[in-house]
Design a protein. Structure first.
Length: 173
């Protein structure tokens, strides 16, 4: 994981700089600066709009007594998209805009959901509700250690979960 992060942190700025230099050579320095500024303005507008809409859907889902899974994933995607838009560069701006546009965000959400479900199914990813976080949680899944408030796998057998009208059979969507 650390190696992948290191590669991303080293390669991304180099690629971004090369693309900005190429773009500057094609359209000029000031148009390149204007393009970067325009993506920041448009991105900020989309970030506020989409973030507010995701927050509203999240709260509506909570009021209905359902787990806001898609809404949480959307919120994280929107947050990451905002960070990418703040980072100057062509690729990061494109990736950020993709995270803020609803159709591409739906594709990203499906991918992320599938990855999380695979991780839960294989025991790589665990979901915890309540309790200590951080170092106090180390070893909670070891044999003989209590696993209270731990949820693994599909379904809505989560402490305090109330089924929404859209989930009559108790399966998660």
């Amino acid at each position: 994981m650390f190696a992948r992060l290191l590669v991303v942190l080293l390669v991304t700025p180099i690629v971004e700089l090369a693309l900005l230099i190429q773009l500057g050579g094609l359209i000029g320095f000031w148009p390149t600066v204007a393009l970067i500024a325009a993506t920041a303005v448009v991105g900020t507008y989309l970030l506020r709009r989409e973030g507010a809409a995701a927050w509203k859907r999240f709260n509506e889902r909570l009021r209905a007594g359902a787990l806001p899974g898609n809404e949480l994933i959307d919120g994280v995607i929107i947050l990451v998209a905002g960070v990418l838009l703040v980072t100057p560069g062509v690729l990061t701006d494109l990736a950020g805009l993709a995270g803020l546009l609803a159709p591409t965000r739906a594709l990203i959400r499906r991918y992320v959901s599938a990855r999380v479900q695979r991780g839960v199914a294989h025991g790589i990813t665990g979901i915890r509700f309540g309790g200590p976080v951080g170092d106090a949680d180390v070893g909670a899944s070891e044999p003989g250690r209590p696993t209270a408030n731990r949820w693994r796998g599909p379904g809505t057998d989560v402490p305090g979960h109330r089924r929404s009208p859209k989930e009559p059979d108790g399966t998660s969507r």
